[in-house]
Write a protein that binds this ligand. Structure first.
Ligand SMILES: Cc1ncc(COP(=O)(O)OP(=O)(O)O)c(N)n1
Ligand SMILES: Cc1ncsc1CCOP(=O)(O)O
Ligand SMILES: [Mg+2]
Length: 214
């Protein structure tokens, strides 16, 4: 996937620890609903388990032709040959990640509510920048809360794909795409739903609204 194809639903694995087979099934269901990028985000398992989970998820994503991004853990991404890494303020520097993973890796950087961080991430070789939490997030209740027009401002200041995250539903997601988001990053709205494929589809459809070929 080239950088210009970073558009659509970005599904991020849920916090609750799940059996590996269940998580692989759920990620497959999200991909069936049109998810364009998957992030393995795991704050609970020890490193050897994270290696086992990420290996299985990478096989699932590769079979579907969807890139797998590893959250936080640059070394895990490098060792597995995953498609990229997502880095926040407590994580390694994007320059180090670019050096370690190579030119074609997808390197995402959290910018919270700060345009200056996005400009710095672009200068450091990021592939996309992420802003949020735009709405109250069950996954990160204490996250900062930018207004959607931050995306519009970011459009004028950075040339990278813009990812919006935090409390995004198929209903409120439209306003973020209108404001300039290229991708909607979602945990709860996809993985906490009874029909994960249908939930993913509802986000996917937002990206083809207004498309004359639809
Ligand atoms: C796409 C995307 N955007 C933001 C984040 C948050 O990253 P970070 O601030 O490092 O927080 P944690 O996710 O590590 O708790 C993300 N993971 N993905
Ligand atoms: C990781 C992260 N960073 C800001 S909000 C968030 C969680 C998004 O999850 P949800 O879609 O459940 O609000
Ligand atoms: Mg992080």
């Amino acid at each position: 996937m080239t950088k210009t194809q970073l558009r659509g639903l970005y599904a991020i694995t849920p916090d609750a620890p799940l059996p590996l087979a269940t998580l692989v099934d759920q990620v497959g269901a999200a991909i069936a609903g049109g998810a364009r990028l998957i992030q393995y985000r795991d704050k609970t398992h020890p490193p050897d388990e994270r290696h086992r989970y990420a290996t299985a998820l990478l096989a699932c994503c590769r079979a579907a032709g969807v890139p797998l991004i590893i959250n936080d853990d640059l070394e895990l991404a490098a060792v597995l040959g995953a498609d990229g890494v997502h880095l926040g303020r407590d994580d390694p520097d994007p320059r180090l990640a670019r050096k370690r993973l190579g030119e074609s890796a997808i390197i995402g950087v959290s910018c919270y509510d700060q345009l200056a961080l996005a400009e710095a991430a672009q200068a450091a070789g990021a592939s996309y920048v992420a802003f949020g939490s735009f709405f109250p997030s069950p996954t990160k209740p204490n996250a900062v809360r930018p207004a959607p027009d931050l995306l519009t401002a970011a459009r004028g200041r950075v040339a990278l794909p813009l990812v919006a995250i935090g409390g995004i539903t198929p209903h409120n997601g439209r306003s973020l795409i209108t404001a300039g988001a290229d991708m909607l990053a979602v945990v709860t709205g996809v993985f906490a739903q009874p029909d994960i494929t249908a939930a993913a589809c509802a986000y996917t459809n937002l990206f083809s609204e207004g498309d004359p070929l639809r």
